[in-house]
Write a protein that binds this ligand. Structure first.
Ligand code: GLN
Length: 494
């Protein structure tokens, strides 16, 4: 078999089970694809020896009943702590940090026999929408606008994961999503990404950004692979007090493609002023595809949507400022060189000033401001109240019988690197307009590639599901994927 790195997880699993290939062959194909794709800057720490060792172990245990992920080469976002392997969250402050432990999600993947190729680029501490806040420099989108050579963002913060999957450097990758970081980069690179219900994947060992919003999820070449990989990532974990005991359904078995009789809500508040006609047209096509598949399309209202971005950009920085207080030069990573006479305060100040990039510093400052005694009620408590109202908007429409909600995944296709960074930071924050509501409400959301824009760039649609019903959500996504028939791949230039 040639081009093994281009296989889907399901395709590779079936080939492995039939003895048509080996995990070592798959892993070698991915390692050589990674070697040839340095221009994408997707992988930031390669672990080829570990990968081949895991692949050999998977091959030694091969059998018809091997777990689905046995021998499957994956990339892991740098936000996951991986034992003995650099885990820096894209930050200089964690320079040299090699965890003594494994995150629950990566341990679950390894228990299923998965192979880790290395760690993937990301925005620093997962703060960003373009991968440009990474200490390693940005990852690059394998897609380009027609024959224009402008380098485009793969999105963020899971930009390395998106770029690696879209360019077939790995069969699938882990991502995390606090305000859209799985779904937005998936949409920008023509792949599938699901953020499950808050609590579905353990957060233990995932470097924290905003703990009440952070969730891990898979980024894959199609919906079936998302179902397979999510299955392996989820588990109840006593080490994370917000991890659910709700049983994990068989996600792949749910993919029948039959959505007849399902009710799909179209929220009127997601039509933005000045929204591009291409995004609008894609959304309309999405509605038609689901209707043709037998679903009932209804107009719905989520009245508090317009407050979601402001509430998110209060709550997420508030939690981040608290979570990032631990990086003080004492316990982890970088410590600034001190001058004679410097005390502990100078050590904290210098270490944090050197170790954190501009966006992280901005978030820490916003966070400490909104949590400060005089402003706590005006900002933080008000944002928390808004969050409750946003959650209630969704509960109300689900109570009216809506099974899933269809929206665009992003307000635009991938933009040029540097194009947005030059603008006001709020321009960058606007990227999350369709995704943050889902995190604030703790719901599952999936981005599915649904078409190309005039310049040949992928565009995604988002489906939002009921809590703990990722099985039904994935099935609706599968029906949409089947109808959209998106098969385009980026032309190889790297
Ligand atoms: N772009 C958003 C932010 O910068 C979301 C990031 C994320 O989901 N990790 O906060």
């Amino acid at each position: 078999m040639s081009d093994l790195n281009r296989l889907t997880i399901a395709g590779a699993r079936d080939a492995l089970r039939k003895g048509e290939t080996t995990s070592v062959a798959l892993t070698e194909a991915c390692l050589s694809a990674i070697e040839g794709a340095k221009a994408l800057n997707a992988f930031v720490h390669d672990t080829p020896e570990l990968a081949l060792e895991q692949a050999r172990a998977a091959d030694a245990k091969r059998g018809a009943d091997a777990p689905a992920l046995s021998g499957i080469p994956l990339g892991i976002k740098d936000l996951f702590c991986t034992k003995g392997v650099p885990s820096q969250a894209g930050s200089a402050i964690l320079n040299g940090f090699k965890p003594e432990y494994e995150s629950t999600v990566t341990q679950n993947l390894f228990d299923q026999g998965a192979v880790m190729l290395g760690k993937l680029n990301m925005d620093e501490f997962a703060m960003g929408s373009s991968n440009e806040t990474s200490i390693y420099g940005n990852a690059v989108n394998p897609w380009r606008r027609g024959d224009d050579n402008t380098a485009l963002t793969p999105g963020g913060s899971s930009g390395g994961s998106a770029s690696a999957v879209a360019a077939d450097l790995c069969l699938g990758a882990t991502g995390t999503d606090t305000g859209g970081s799985i779904r937005q980069p998936a949409a920008f690179t023509g792949i599938t990404g699901i953020k499950p219900t808050y609590g579905r994947c353990s957060r233990w060992g995932i470097i924290a950004f905003a703990s009440s919003l952070d969730q891990a999820g898979p980024m894959t070449k199609d919906v079936r692979d998302a179902a397979i990989m999510l299955q392996a990532m989820c588990s109840h974990d006593p080490k994370d007090s917000t991890s659910t005991t709700t049983p994990v359904p068989d996600f792949e078995a749910a993919l029948t493609g039959d959505i007849r009789g399902k009710t799909i809500g179209i929220p009127k508040e997601y039509t933005l002023d000045g929204m591009s006609d291409e995004i609008d047209a894609l959304w309309t096509r999405g509605k038609e595809m689901l209707r043709d598949a037998g679903a009932k399309i209804v107009d719905i209202s989520l009245p508090h949507t317009k407050y979601a971005l402001p509430a998110y950009y209060v709550i997420a920085p508030a939690e981040a400022s608290s979570n990032l207080a631990r990086y003080d030069g004492v316990r982890y990573g970088h410590r600034a060189k001190l001058a004679h006479g410097d005390g502990i305060t100078e050590m904290y100040e210098k270490t944090r000033a050197e170790g954190f990039g501009a966006e992280v510093q901005r978030r820490v400052m916003i966070g400490t401001y909104v949590l400060s005694a005089g402003f706590y009620d005006a900002y933080y408590n008000r944002a928390r109240r808004v969050r409750t109202l946003i959650k209630k908007d969704f509960e109300d429409v689900f109570a009216q019988g809506v099974d899933a909600i269809l929206t665009p995944a992003t307000p635009s296709a991938a933009f040029g690197l540097g194009e947005m960074a030059a603008a006001d930071p709020v321009q960058m924050y606007l990227n999350d307009v369709f995704t943050v509501t889902v995190n604030l409400a703790g719901l599952p959301g999936v981005a599915v590639p649904a078409g190309l824009d005039r310049q040949g760039l992928p565009l995604g649609l988002q489906l939002i599901g009921r809590p703990w019903e990722e099985d039904a959500l994935l099935n609706t996504a599968y029906a949409l994927e089947t109808a959209a028939g998106f098969v385009a791949k980026p032309a190889k230039w790297w």
